[in-house]
Write a protein that binds this ligand. Structure first.
Ligand SMILES: C[S@@+](CC[C@H](N)C(=O)[O-])C[C@H]1O[C@@H](n2cnc3c(N)ncnc32)[C@H](O)[C@@H]1O
Length: 259
């Protein structure tokens, strides 16, 4: 999914300049870091995540296993993974040329803390690249009004806030980076449709992938936040998600992520 997004959106590795790279947050990072290490054999790539990487996720990839993915299956010797909470102190011995993080909107109590760690861990002139969705999702027109999907999107942010997490932090990334001292900050914004309602082959491909991703992960994204944060019981969450999934599959509902 993430590789397809990366390729379709045309953003990614062009900023890679040096010989030591930190790639944050596994999951798809197993793919990202391995492919990166394969593509740049002289580069040392490090991937970190708070939880163990899950190679079984390969089975869930919604596209045919490509050469790219095959190369990622064998972890190259210049690629290493560590389990680490990114909010804890970073004690890496060597400064990085490039640090990359993606889909981190829901991960931290303080994004600023993590970005400060990244700032200190970069060599002078190094690059920090973030790719993320602004939450909550949005609707292109009035087709989302009164839908279960609209309620779900609001519940996610409200539930997270009750647990001390700001899921809306992506919209503040640029300001946070400026405050920390990053310079020459470039913010590119994209619209990523959910489903195949948007015009054009590229948008339909992206939308279909995003929809598959959401349908697959929506329970995991919702359960803790809505039970612990909002006090709903698991059955309530599940029955609401059944309605949300219908909205996701309804091409008359024009939902998208601002990225
Ligand atoms: C939404 S996934 C994104 C994965 C990958 N970057 C991608 O683009 O597909 C978020 C990842 O961040 C990890 N994560 C969450 N909180 C974290 C933390 N405090 N420190 C390090 N990793 C964390 C999760 O375990 C999960 O693998």
């Amino acid at each position: 999914m993430s590789w397809m997004l990366r390729r379709e959106l045309g953003i990614g590795l062009s900023l890679l300049v040096g010989n030591l790279v930190l790639s944050m947050f596994l999951c798809a990072i197993l793919l990202t870091a391995s492919c990166l290490a394969n593509a740049y054999p002289s580069v040392n790539v490090l991937g970190i995540d708070i939880s163990r990487m899950q190679p079984e996720r390969f089975a869930l990839l919604p596209f045919k296993i490509s050469d790219l993915t095959r190369s990622a299956r064998s972890i190259p010797s210049n690629c290493h993974f560590y389990i680490k909470d990114a909010e804890d102190e970073w004690n890496f011995a060597t400064p990085f040329d490039y640090i990359h993080g993606r889909a981190l909107a829901s991960c931290f109590h303080s994004h600023k803390t993590v970005f400060e760690h990244a700032f200190k861990a970069l060599r002078p002139g190094g690059y920090f690249e973030l790719q993320d969705c602004i939450l909550p999702l949005r609707f292109f027109d009035s087709t989302g009004e009164g839908t279960a999907l609209e309620t779900w999107a609001q519940r996610l942010n409200t539930g997270a806030a009750a647990l001390g997490k700001d899921f809306g932090s992506v919209a503040k990334y640029k300001t946070i980076l400026e405050e920390i001292g990053f310079i020459e900050i470039v913010e590119l914004q994209f619209q990523l449709p959910i489903g195949i309602w948007a015009a054009g082959k590229k948008m339909k491909t992206l939308g279909e992938l995003m929809r598959k991703d959401l349908l697959h992960g929506i329970e995991g994204m919702s359960m803790a936040v809505q039970t612990r944060g909002l006090g709903l019981n698991p059955e309530e969450v599940k029955s609401h998600l059944a309605e949300v999934k219908k909205d996701l599959l309804n091409d008359k509902v024009h939902a998208y992520f601002q990225m």
